[in-house]
Design a protein around this ligand. Structure first.
Ligand code: NAP
Length: 193
């Protein structure tokens, strides 16, 4: 489960749980991206990791990896998946992420390699038009290996949460309480205590 998780919210958690059922996954490993060259406010990787820890710790099927945070240089998904695949070559691996990110995959570093190591699950809110054929047209290796998963809880988004925090509005019920308290304690995203 790859993402910036800036911050992690119930949409991500529900998406992981729904994917676990739909694809009969043994476990879901959350891999917060290292520091991406992003637009907008992005919390330090350590903060994003700790928020992901608070959000996932109680679920016995969820794990958390520091791999992309600790690897120097940009976080390339192809390298991350090569690492996991090498650890358990017999396993069928899936890379779960947001559908917007999947649509962008043809522009990623070594994108074809991703499909040597894993299949891809593109999670979106219902009604989002995922054009998987655009991905497979650009990346022949992706043919039959990209799956769309609709998750109503993905109406929640990190950007909307950051915006609400900056305005001093409530984010209760959008993310776990422990994450909300962590954000306020550390005054992330312009949030007050
Ligand atoms: P993003 O562009 O910030 O997010 C795109 C959309 O997908 C947003 O709507 C986002 O919603 C949603 N999203 C992101 N992760 C999700 C998840 N795990 N489950 C459900 N929805 C999710 O994308 P990003 O977070 O930076 O990157 C996503 C993944 O792609 C990461 O693992 C990243 O390392 C990888 N990536 C790899 C490359 C490369 O290898 N060259 C390049 C770009 C991205 P929220 O904002 O609410 O999360």
């Amino acid at each position: 489960m790859g993402g910036t998780f800036n911050p992690i919210h119930y949409g991500h958690l529900v998406a992981a749980e729904v994917a676990r059922d739909a694809f009969e996954l043994e476990r879901v490993i959350f891999v917060p991206a290292g520091q991406p060259p992003h637009k907008g406010v992005i919390a330090d990787a350590q903060h994003r990791y700790l928020m992901a820890f608070l959000a996932t710790a109680a679920n016995p099927w969820f794990e958390l990896s520091r791999m992309e945070m600790d690897r120097p240089g940009p976080s390339f998904t192809s390298e991350t998946l090569a690492h996991f695949h090498a650890q358990e070559p017999e396993a069928l691996w899936y890379f779960i992420t947001g559908a917007d990110a999947v649509m962008d995959m043809p522009r990623w570093h070594a994108a074809e390699d991703i499909f040597q190591h894993a299949e891809v699950i593109a999670a979106s809110r219902p009604g989002y038009a995922v054009r998987i054929e655009q991905v497979t047209a650009a990346l022949p290796a992706a043919a039959g290996r990209v799956h769309h998963l609709e998750v109503p809880a993905l109406a929640i988004s990190s950007s909307a949460i950051r915006e609400r925090l900056a305005r001093g509005w409530s984010v209760r019920y959008l993310l776990p309480d422990a994450v909300m308290q962590y954000i306020r304690k550390n005054r992330l995203y312009g949030a007050g205590p």
